[in-house]
Design a protein around this ligand. Structure first.
Ligand code: FES
Length: 342
């Protein structure tokens, strides 16, 4: 599926970048192929506009912020959060024509991140119930660019068959390649997927899991939020430690995503520090990145063609494809764009 051609994908919220990045001034971001400029408005809230000045098309992200408004670097035309031009320095005595404006997008801050929807959103930003809940801490782990597509990332996130191979250097049990099977509960905008996975527990993971046993069990209460957010709800059965990860695989263009990863833990820094938790998850994320970048980004959603239908462990990925296909059809996008069939 080529994400930039499926218009319905414009009607979801996407996580673009940490709010902290905007402290240094306006920043560009390309979402679903559309160039945006983001900045922090006078009220502290993020703003997203088309990154193209309506005067001579200069990128507004090259500009600066004055009184919460963005000033084009070329001739100083100034735009407010609604996209209206409010000042033309070369004609201070004349009213600014109403046509002088650029497109504005729905934009808000949540979980310390800037979220944008290009068109009228179908759903609110996914709820991360651990955020701000008593007993949990939030650790912002990763913000990276990957050469893959959201669907490739999401199917991998629910694919328990790759653990024994891709992650054999840390938690995956190579000698036990038979994957755990998910119990899946589907709803209108995604699904819950529960399973129990036996894993290795190397010394580097002892303070993460809270256990020193060489093998332990992870109870996974995962969730897919259509189209490109997932929860990895890991509870270490022996110790009750929660290691809850949320990922957003935000589509930059057809073959590139911005990957964000939050972690929620029900312990504190003395149990396992932020540095230890990042050091534990970093190689796992890197292993996933390396293998996904070695796949074709153009994930086919024609479920009838999938070779892996005989594998129980691929059910979540197949369900995702079916649900995406249904969504496209419901919204009149009967043509599904693919470059290559896979
Ligand atoms: Fe932006 Fe001229 S191009 S003010």
């Amino acid at each position: 599926m080529l994400v930039t051609k499926q218009k319905i994908l414009r009607r979801f919220w996407y996580a673009l970048m940490p709010m902290s990045v905007l402290e240094d001034g306006p920043r560009p971001f390309t979402l679903l192929g559309e160039p945006l400029v983001l900045w922090k408005g006078a009220d502290g809230q993020p703003v997203a506009l088309e990154d193209r000045c309506c005067h001579r098309t200069a990128k507004l992200s090259k500009g600066s912020i004055e009184d919460g408004r963005i000033v084009c670097a070329y001739h100083g035309w100034t735009f407010d959060a609604s996209g209206a031009c409010v000042r033309i320095p070369q004609a201070p005595d004349k009213p600014v024509p109403k046509a002088c404006r650029v497109r504005a997008y729905a934009c808000q801050e949540k979980y310390g991140y800037v979220w944008v929807a290009l068109d009228d959103p179908l759903q609110p930003i996914p709820d991360f119930p651990e955020d701000g809940a008593p007993g949990y801490r939030r650790i912002f782990q990763f913000y990276q660019t990957w050469k893959t597509s959201p669907l490739r990332f999401m199917e991998n996130a629910f694919d328990s068959a790759h653990f024994s191979y891709v992650h054999r250097a840390n938690f995956g049990i190579y000698e036990q390649p038979r994957p755990s099977i998910y119990e899946i509960k589907e709803d209108a905008w995604g699904f819950e997927a529960h399973t129990v996975v036996p894993v290795k527990n190397p010394p580097a993971g002892h303070r993460v899991s809270g256990s020193t046993q060489p093998f332990i069990e992870r109870h996974l209460y995962n969730r897919w939020y259509m189209p490109s957010v997932r929860r990895f709800g890991c509870i270490y059965a022996d110790t009750g430690k929660h290691h809850i990860i949320y990922n957003c695989a935000t589509p930059i263009d057809d073959s590139t995503i911005a990957l964000a990863q939050w972690l929620y833990r029900n312990d504190d820094e003395s149990d396992c520090s932020t540095e230890e938790l990042i050091a534990w998850d970093a190689p796992i994320v890197e292993e996933d990145r390396e293998i996904l970048e070695a796949t074709d980004f153009d994930a086919c959603i024609d479920t009838a063609r999938r070779a892996e239908q005989h594998m129980e462990s691929d059910k979540p990925g197949l369900l995702m494809r079916r649900m995406m296909l249904e969504l496209l059809r419901q919204h009149g996008e009967d043509e599904v764009y693919n470059e290559r069939r896979a």
